[in-house]
Design a protein around this ligand. Structure first.
Ligand code: NAD
Length: 547
């Protein structure tokens, strides 16, 4: 039997003795517990011995509160920490979990078995976290989830189960460059976060920064998003670590077909249905559908959504994410007190989501004063013409050199004075560093994960309304669902029917989230996450645990 080395930092001799006795009584696991009765003694012990886990009381004679946690973590950043909390101090312990502690236990109310289980979970998660999952984006998704889980009192076992994806596949795949002799080998991923509610659903991203952590975070957000919108899917996501802008169409086609072959066992119309995300589009979906269909021997349009209309794609899918975002900006504007007919907006990212959001905002009378893409930003306080921008990008592949405005950096663009700021490019754009300088009334998240936890707090304190990603950009998966249903039924709906359903689904979810936000005094993101997670919890508990 392998022993687990535990450092227990606790000043109460009674509590310490109780924990030591409890751990001694756990069958089949031996715990070597070393006790330190103050912070300084704990840090000394960490210098002398390599522990596998730390159990930490935050209130010590020589340190208290989160400072205790930060001191220990900075001293031993790779060792998992389980917080020991007094009954009246649970919110402090939860805060430590938000900051990166693995878990917390309430003194006096845990059995030896629960204590041992928390230690085992902490070890398991740390091992997993050291793998490719150790990414800021996955950390953000997990911390957001843990915060919501704590507030809603999520069942402990369900919490552990949902913190990591259920299935992940990492592949390496070769493809030929246009110069036939050269072969490139790249990494690809497909992650299914949760399979409880039906088939899984989620986009495929081509970007040079894609890794397992990023794809897992996006898959987790898909789970909450689908549940929030009442769609019968679990969350998934895929990606290839490649910069699509430096490859020809032929190369992207070969890469896509090979990636599809590598993940083919995981996808299918009843299993897992990909869609476009950053760096992929209708054409990529058409290649995936064709490759899958060639393998099974007949056409299976419902294996992907976001494909060209001529192949069974849905009317309205291409612009659905931007359209859905604007439906909700319209709802939120009434709450925030913005008159969109006389408002200004700034959009970061001018791809599928950004350009469509700009277009629909312009249709409502809002002046688009700045947009950007990876190449540059364009600012014109008198308003930009979205049609002319779209035409320019079609011709030149980027905004660079667009004549009817001044150049502005992506960083400065976020800080422009405006009513609505819509980040619709990458994650991690609004951070603790710039959140205090934002000059908008509303942040409408088209992108996934554009705002860090720290920034969320700053925006909250400043009274800036945040339309969170899981709600704001859910229009894409909503019309993807409608496309999937049309595909399974071999039946098509009109654009008007699609947009009416999209509008109803989005505004229903918005008002449910607003109600929860106001009733439980939450921020909008936490309210949206709880709406989604709650539904997943109910489904998990009704299905029970196999075997
Ligand atoms: P896209 O590839 O069509 O467009 C991305 C845009 O962002 C491009 O204009 C690109 O130049 C720009 N960009 C890239 N890096 C940038 C940087 N560093 N700074 C500024 N701009 C940068 O992608 P998309 O489908 O519009 O996706 C954008 C975001 O929306 C992503 O976070 C994606 O996950 C999210 N999203 C997309 C959908 C969808 O249906 N396509 C649905 C939900 C969420």
């Amino acid at each position: 039997m392998q022993a687990i080395d535990v450092l227990l930092i606790e000043d109460s001799a009674v509590q310490a003795r109780m924990i030591q006795q409890q751990l001694k009584s756990v069958p089949n696991t031996e715990f070597n517990v070393q006790l330190a009765d103050r912070l300084s003694a704990g840090l000394e012990a960490l210098d002398k011995h390599e522990f596998q886990v730390i159990i930490l009381d935050l209130m010590l004679p020589d340190s208290d509160g989160l400072d205790t946690f930060f001191s220990v973590r900075n001293h031993a950043p790779t060792i998992p920490i389980v917080i020991l909390s007094a009954n009246n101090d649970v919110s402090l312990a939860a805060k430590a979990v938000e900051e990166g502690a693995q878990s917390y236990l309430v003194k006096g109310s845990v059995s030896g078995e629960q204590l041992a289980r928390s230690i085992r979970y902490a070890l398991q998660r740390t091992v997993a976290g050291h793998a490719e999952w150790d990414s800021p984006m996955f950390h953000l998704a997990q911390q957001q989830f843990l915060k919501a889980a704590h507030i809603m009192g999520l069942d402990d076992n369900v919490r552990q189960r949902l913190l990591f994806p259920q299935r992940t596949l990492v592949v390496t795949l070769p493809f030929r460059r246009d110069d036939y002799q050269q072969v490139e080998t790249v990494f690809g991923y497909r992650v299914q976060h949760m399979l409880t509610m039906g088939p899984t659903k989620g986009g495929i991203r081509y970007h040079q920064d894609v890794d397992l952590g990023e794809v897992s975070a996006l898959a987790m957000w898909m789970s909450w998003k689908c549940a929030l919108m009442n769609l019968p899917f679990g969350g998934a996501k895929g990606g290839v670590r490649i910069d699509p802008t430096v490859h020809s169409r032929h190369e992207l086609q070969r890469l896509t077909r090979r990636y599809t072959s590598e993940i083919i066992g995981m996808i299918g119309p009843d299993k897992d249905i990909p869609a476009p995300d950053m760096g992929t589009d209708e054409q990529v979906m058409a290649w995936i559908m064709d490759t899958y269909s060639q393998q099974v021997g007949y056409s299976v349009p419902a294996v992907v959504t976001g494909k060209p209309v001529v192949m069974g794609g849905s009317l309205g899918r291409k612009e659905a994410t931007g359209r859905g975002l604007v439906y909700l900006i319209h709802e939120a504007a009434a709450h925030v007190g913005i008159d969109l007919q006389h408002a200004t907006a700034v959009v970061q990212g001018f791809g599928n989501v950004g350009s469509n959001a700009a277009r629909f905002l312009e249709e409502l009378g809002t002046r688009i004063i700045a947009v950007s893409d990876v190449s540059t930003g364009i600012f014109n306080p008198n308003g930009l013409s979205v049609n002319s921008l779209v035409e320019y990008v079609e011709q030149h592949r980027s905004l660079e050199g667009y004549p009817e405005g001044e150049e502005i950096s992506n960083k400065d663009l976020l800080e422009l004075e405006c009513d609505v700021l819509a980040p619709a490019a990458l994650q991690n754009q609004i951070t603790g560093e710039n959140a205090a300088r934002l000059q908008c009334k509303m942040v409408a998240e088209g992108a996934n994960g554009p705002t860090t936890l720290e920034a969320d707090e700053i925006l909250g304190d400043r009274g800036i309304f945040v339309l969170p990603d899981v709600l704001g950009n859910a229009g894409g998966v909503t019309v993807s669902y409608l496309e999937w249903v049309q595909g399974l039924q071999n039946f098509t709906w009109t654009l008007e029917e699609i947009n009416n359903r999209l509008h109803k689904t989005m505004t229903d979810a918005f008002h449910r989230t607003m109600l929860r936000m106001q009733r439980d005094k939450l921020d909008m993101r936490t309210a949206a996450l709880i709406e989604g997670i709650n539904r997943v919890q109910q489904a998990k508990l009704s299905r029970g645990l196999f075997p």
